[in-house]
Design a protein around this ligand. Structure first.
Ligand SMILES: [Zn+2]
Length: 113
């Protein structure tokens, strides 16, 4: 009985199962267990050390990154301000780098500044 997750809306612990769905008796919210866990994993982008990144954060590139299709290299140690998270892409950080321009970075190659 203790295996059911709390309600994602109101945190009520007394949720119950109805077939594929979970139902909260407090706020009457219904959701599917699978959908919730998928949503959670795609709602978080972590840096190389597991810190959670957010829109507007400043990050530092931790290794030299070669830009695809060009000879430009983003040096390790480059500071990138005001990032935007992009959950649609495997380059999950949209940003603008001084002297280079707009691009996508992978969160595994940056750390939160
Ligand atoms: Zn609820």
């Amino acid at each position: 009985m203790s295996q059911l997750p709390s309600c994602p809306k109101c945190n009520c612990e007394y949720t119950y199962e109805d077939g594929e769905m979970l139902i909260c008796p407090e706020c009457a919210y219904e959701w599917s267990q699978n959908a919730v866990s998928n949503e959670e994993s795609s709602n978080v982008i972590q840096d190389a050390h597991g810190a959670i990144l957010q829109d507007g954060d400043t990050v530092v590139v931790i290794k030299d990154l070669k830009l695809k299709g060009s000879s430009t290299v983003i040096k390790g140690g480059t500071k990138v301000k005001n990032i935007r998270l992009n959950f649609e892409s495997d380059h999950n950080i949209d940003c603008k780098i001084d002297g280079i321009g707009a691009m996508g970075l992978k969160s595994e190659f940056v750390k939160k500044a």
